[in-house]
Design a protein around this ligand. Sequence first.
Ligand SMILES: Nc1ncnc2c1ncn2[C@@H]1O[C@H](COP(=O)(O)OP(=O)(O)O)[C@@H](O)[C@H]1O
Ligand SMILES: [Mg+2]
Length: 209
Amino acid sequence: MKIISLAAHKGGVGKTLLTASLAVLAQQDCETEEGEAGKGKVAMFDLDPQGSLTAWYNARQRDGPILVAPMLRTLSLRLYALNRKGVRYVFIDTPPGHSEYIAKAMNAADLVIVPVRPGELDYAAVQRTMQTVLFWEEPYLALPNAGLFRSRAMGELVRRLDADGQDRLPPVHHRVDLPLRSGLTLTETQPDSAGVSIGAQTGTGIGVQ
Ligand SMILES: Nc1ncnc2c1ncn2[C@@H]1O[C@H](COP(=O)(O)OP(=O)(O)O)[C@@H](O)[C@H]1O
Ligand SMILES: [Mg+2]
């Protein structure tokens, strides 16, 4: 079982939307590989007390990953149980800020994904998150998110991450008309538009290796 935590000290960078989007993609991968047996093989934890991922889940009208009730104290026990049940991927959404939640989610993870939006303040905030992941000695990848397609700002962010030697996933561009409340994900709203390459991109980054 692979555990992937989405974490960033800053709010509004895309943790929740990316958690849902990646979990749905992983679920689709499992079903492609295992057919009916692939159902229920991807789980998500909503560790953010604001409950945005839970709201997204409740609004969702189609099949997808399962949502496990958030229990910080029993997180490791729950993960153990999911592993025993044959779950293949777990995605953990976290709240912004300095919190026990982020530390727990980072400690539990095989991989931490740190979304970052273009912008000076966002970059400063992400440095802090990187330091925290380094402190816990967990593997991580930055994920440049929500810059406009081919914009200078997104280009600058990517160049800066590369110049700083930050391992990263390819950028996920801003997609219009993407309310989390729709219960859909980045790859489900406008399947034909540019940002949809997130599937192939993250497949390589978090995939079944
Ligand atoms: N790539 C993207 N394209 C369009 N909207 C996005 C993208 N990433 C995030 N958003 C939007 O930005 C807002 C904040 O995202 P969210 O996932 O809630 O961030 P966080 O969980 O980090 O606070 C949401 O309305 C979400 O739909
Ligand atoms: Mg969130």
